[in-house]
Design a protein around this ligand. Structure first.
Ligand code: FAD
Length: 448
């Protein structure tokens, strides 16, 4: 962003609801942009965060590189290959994809353990090191209501309203912030997609001659998709935490009960539940179920939730980001990276915010979801929208900037939601092209 006139920047007070990936990234971006951030998090503590692993596409990696996230300390590792495999015979269904993301897109595609990533983001948001004032993190602070016009949130634990110049709702898939933006109830709804996630130490798999070939055949940094012919089930595996752990997600389509449509549910899972979900899979894969019994690393079954794209994601002084704005199916690994982009876009828009005359230009680097910009300047590698150049008007107010945020982010996040519905082994840019073209011109459509 280039300002032709640069009066003294104004420090805004900003409240962020939720300390997930979206909320922490918003805090990082907005503290770097010169503002005072308070994060209100429902959980009583964050250092017992659980979770499996997550993939981070190059455009998110570029943003985190800009923020100086220490990838080595967070034990993130690059994806070196991906193969679709028959879950019954272990035959390869297509040649291994060995895209070199770093050379093609300017940054690697990374695998992260959620706990490691979360800890690294929390440090960037709240540590005294780094640009700007460290964000304050308040745990046991549940936001139960929003006041979009006055920039307020009501906190359950104190019963009090807190006010700020800007409120960022990043409180996840069950957030009611969109209701406050739109004026009608619009909850995310449960889907037929469920996933059982589990982790197994790499060493345990390699030490067992029956399971070792699953890893040895492909080497480190490899992602395997084991697809079942019933087209209702697949297992995904990739390493995390410096290759010391293997992360698995067993996806199963399960019908919804009538009662179940309005909530996404979690239920405890035992190795037997996993075995039942993997019935008919190759014996080497089934052997993995036994290993979860000894390591006790099965997370509760997760029923995925989604919602159709929203017509609006901001009103007054309130903006909604991350899963609170655009909950989507996890099949393509778009949710967190889209949240990271949201946060970075806020940082660019509110950088050096002044209430007086400013002329500024926010430049988007390209329309590819895995954008290939290699620039390292503070703001120009943040994908605000397709290839559009967006002019921020002189004397941009908070609501002007939020409107710009909406104009540049909503088409892109809505398309990510549509793409996320497409099966892993199909091309979403083909399957959802017509609907996507209603949101962005063809030359600006995100490619996968
Ligand atoms: C199985 C699975 C696999 C996935 N894999 C990937 C992947 O590989 N790559 C990818 O990019 N994405 C992936 N995703 C999606 C990704 O996990 C989410 O999109 C992302 O975590 C959303 O972050 P968030 O901060 O918006 O929401 P959340 O992570 O839900 O964080 C919300 C935070 O707000 C807090 N909170 C909730 N309510 C309140 C309240 N009322 N007041 C205050 N605080 C509150 C919560 O405690 C939490 O800390 C996956 C999702 C699933 C389910």
């Amino acid at each position: 962003m280039e300002s032709t006139i640069r009066p003294q920047a104004d420090e805004l007070s900003i409240l962020v609801a939720g300390a997930g990936i979206a909320g922490l990234c918003a805090a990082i971006a907005l503290r770097r942009a010169g503002h005072r951030v308070r994060i209100l998090e429902r959980s009583p503590q964050l250092d017992n965060e659980i979770g499996a692993a997550i993939t981070l596409a190059p455009h998110a990696v570029k943003i985190m590189r800009l923020w100086r996230l220490d990838f080595a300390k967070a034990r993130l590792i690059p994806r070196l290959g991906q193969t679709f495999i028959d879950s019954v015979t272990l035959a390869e269904l297509a040649p291994t994809d060995r895209t070199n993301f770093a050379s093609q897109y300017g940054a690697p595609y990374l695998f992260a353990h959620r706990v490691d990533l979360h800890a690294a983001l929390r440090t960037l948001a709240t540590s005294p090191d780094g640009s700007g004032v460290p964000a304050e993190l308040h745990t046991s602070s549940t936001v139960v209501e929003y006041d979009a016009e006055r920039g307020g949130v009501k906190v359950a634990e104190t019963g009090r309203w807190e006010f700020a110049d800007l409120v960022v709702a990043a409180d996840g898939v069950h957030s009611n912030a969109a209701t406050h933006v739109l004026g009608y109830h619009c909850p995310a709804h449960a889907t037929t997609s469920t996933v059982i996630r589990f982790l197994i130490p790499t060493r345990e798999i390699l030490d067992d001659p029956h399971t070792a070939p699953l890893l040895r055949r492909y080497g480190e940094g490899h992602c395997s998709f084991y697809l079942h012919r019933d087209q209702q089930r697949w297992l995904v595996r990739y390493p995390c935490r410096d290759n010391t752990l293997q992360n698995f997600g067993m996806y199963v389509e399960r019908p919804l009960s009538k009662r179940g449509r309005n909530r996404s549910q979690q239920q405890q899972c035992r190795p037997d539940d996993l075995r039942a979900a993997m019935a008919g899979f190759h014996p080497s894969l089934l052997r993995l179920c036994d290993k979860t019994a000894s390591t006790n690393t099965i997370l509760p079954l997760w029923r995925c939730a989604e919602r159709s794209p929203l017509p609006s994601c901001q009103r007054g002084k309130l903006v909604v980001i991350g899963d609170a704005s655009h909950p989507m199916l996890p099949h393509r690994g778009f949710g967190a990276v889209t949240a990271i982009e949201d946060a970075a876009a806020l940082g660019v828009l509110f950088e050096d915010f002044v209430h007086t005359t400013t002329t500024a230009t926010a430049t988007a680097p390209g329309s590819n979801l895995n954008s290939n910009s290699t620039s390292n300047s503070k703001s120009d590698s943040v994908p605000l929208s397709g290839s559009a150049r967006t002019s921020i008007p002189p004397s941009a107010s908070i609501s002007d900037l939020l409107e710009t945020f909406q104009n540049v982010r909503l088409p892109r996040t809505s398309i990510a939601q549509l793409y996320s519905q497409v099966e892993t082994n199909k091309d979403p840019t083909v399957e959802r092209r017509e609907e996507a073209l209603r949101m962005l011109p063809g030359d600006q459509l995100p490619r996968e």
